[in-house]
Ligand binder design. Structure first.
Ligand code: FES
Length: 155
């Protein structure tokens, strides 16, 4: 995926908000993801040139932030908390039910491209563990039986 003229213009505007080019790296990555769904190797290399960074430096930033995707993901991303409270209160049962319903395990995308299931560190919703998030919707006290309604799986 190459940068389009529109991408280059938008990224230039983002960079202009910062005193140093590399300070714009998170916003630049978020822009690319919002526009193209993920940040491809080619995009990352092109953005790195714009920011006067090496691709390796920018990739370190991209992989540090677990909300930046380096590979294509489904239309909906399910983030299932894998921190300690959720582990203790049944996140494995939730993961198994998701696998039963839509056939994906952690790190996988459904064959129809609708869902990707990813682990995530504590969502800050421990008092309602197990917790999960779908895109920007947060769910707590999740029971396996609630998942069909939460996921709205295809018929
Ligand atoms: S441990 Fe899961 S929300 Fe905090």
């Amino acid at each position: 995926m190459h940068l389009t003229p529109a991408d280059i213009a938008a990224l230039g505007e983002i960079v202009g908000h910062y005193p140093h080019k590399r300070a714009a790296c998170i916003d630049a990555l978020k822009y690319m993801q919002a526009r193209h769904g993920y940040v491809s190797d080619q995009s990352l290399e092109a953005i790195a040139v714009l920011l006067d960074m090496s691709p390796a430096e920018l990739d370190e930033v991209a992989t540090f932030y677990n909300l930046i995707f380096r590979k294509p993901v489904g239309e909906k991303v399910i983030y299932l908390c894998d921190s300690v409270t959720c582990w203790m209160l049944g996140r494995d049962k939730i993961a198994r039910k998701i696998q039963d319903l839509i056939g994906i395990r952690q790190g996988e995308t459904s064959t129809d491209g609708r869902y990707t299931l990813l682990p995530i560190v504590c969502l800050g919703h421990c008092d309602h563990a197990p917790a999960m998030m779908i895109d920007d919707r947060l769910f707590g006290d999740v029971e396996p039986g609630q998942l069909p309604g939460i996921l709205e799986p295809p018929d």
